[in-house]
Design a binder for this molecule. Structure first.
Ligand code: ADP
Ligand code: NA
Length: 328
């Protein structure tokens, strides 16, 4: 009874890396043809749950919009919008928060991880999964591309749907996770036991989408491998080489097995050079488009503005229904 609707969000925190691209955005680009009109939200309200700089945040929101467009998110096929421009997100989040126990929220793993190093924990950090549920429910999303690390948050959204529907009658579809198997699978180039992450301060651990070819070449050259020169895919015993094979395979949409077969006879040094060429070839058009968009603010801002204008009526429609049912 519910139309298929895809929703996902990405935090505007700094320039994104190969892991974000292969684990999320590349899939989003593919999903564009599949449903009514997917919504991709730049979730700035989530980005303030941890300390931030206001100039930096504003810049990051713009950069994320430019990045999504450069990667192939098409405003004709998708709605790209800035979360905070649709105030219904916070209104629904409040309403949902009132239907949830502290105990249930406390169980979520990300809160524990993210608050571990903080002396003073913002309330926003604690309740942000509720806002995430609101993001999804507000558009009656049926399918939500998520990383494996976000699965428990999606279960919270499902729980809230059951609760709301049970109390007020069918209102929301139960959102279905579209788990990207690649999420979290790209490892740090310096320490392949960890995932490639923005928060890693070791610069040589990651490749940003907008890195210049020379930087990419240097970073891959220094990537940690082992003393076997053969190219094989054995993530647990040979994490370094396997990480390069995985990146290579995901860039070309080929299986790691095929990649290894094609790399037969190459030693690690030669293979690194091959992987570098593939990455540079795939990222160059993205980088060039990104650079073009960084100096086309009228266009990028109009895409965001349009996205908000298209998201607003969808959000309003849902919110009216919620108000009615809750008794406002
Ligand atoms: P980061 O860890 O760099 O802060 P986020 O947590 O903001 O990244 O994740 C944004 C998206 O990118 C998520 O969908 C996540 O699953 C994906 N992602 C992040 N890091 C990786 C990685 N190393 N490999 C694959 N996907 C990743
Ligand atoms: Na993260």
């Amino acid at each position: 009874i519910y139309t298929k609707r895809i929703f996902s969000g990405i935090q505007p925190t700094g320039s994104i890396h190969l892991g974000n691209y292969l684990g999320a955005i590349k899939e989003w680009v593919k999903l564009q043809g599949e449903a009514e009109c997917p919504l991709w939200s730049i979730v700035d309200l989530h980005a303030i749950t941890l300390p931030h700089d206001h100039e930096e945040l504003r810049k990051n929101i713009y950069q994320m919009a430019a990045t999504l467009l450069a990667c192939g998110i098409d405003p004709q096929k998708s709605i790209i919008f800035q979360q905070s421009t649709v105030s219904r997100h916070t209104e629904l989040a409040w309403t949902l928060g009132c239907m949830l126990t502290m105990k249930k929220l406390a169980l979520l793993p990300q809160f524990k991880e993210k608050s571990e190093t903080l002396k003073n924990i913002p309330v926003g950090l604690y309740i942000y999964p509720v806002l995430q549920s609101a993001d999804i429910l507000l558009y009656k999303a049926t399918d939500v591309p998520v990383g494996k690390d976000q699965l428990q948050h999606l279960h919270l959204a499902q729980h809230l749907v059951h609760f709301f529907n049970g109390k007020y009658g069918d209102t929301f579809p139960v959102p279905n996770p579209l788990i990207n198997e690649s999420s979290g699978s790209v490892k740090s180039l310096k320490d392949p036991s960890k995932k490639m992450s923005k928060s890693d301060n070791e610069k040589k651990s990651l490749i940003r989408l907008i890195d210049e070819p020379e930087i990419i070449r240097k970073t891959i050259k220094k990537a940690v491998t082992d003393f076997t020169s053969e190219i094989t895919y054995e993530p647990s015993s040979r994490p370094g080489v396997s990480n390069l094979v995985l990146i290579h395979s995901q860039m070309l949409d080929k299986s790691p097995e095929v990649i290894c077969k094609e790399a037969q006879g190459l030693n690690t040094v030669q293979y690194k050079s091959l992987v570098t060429d593939v990455i540079i070839e795939k990222l160059t058009p993205i980088r060039q488009e990104y650079i073009r968009l960084m100096s086309a603010p009228d266009y990028v801002n109009s895409v965001l503005k349009n996205g908000s204008l298209r998201a607003l009526p969808l959000a309003d429609k849902c919110w009216l229904e919620v108000r009615e049912k809750v008794g406002f």
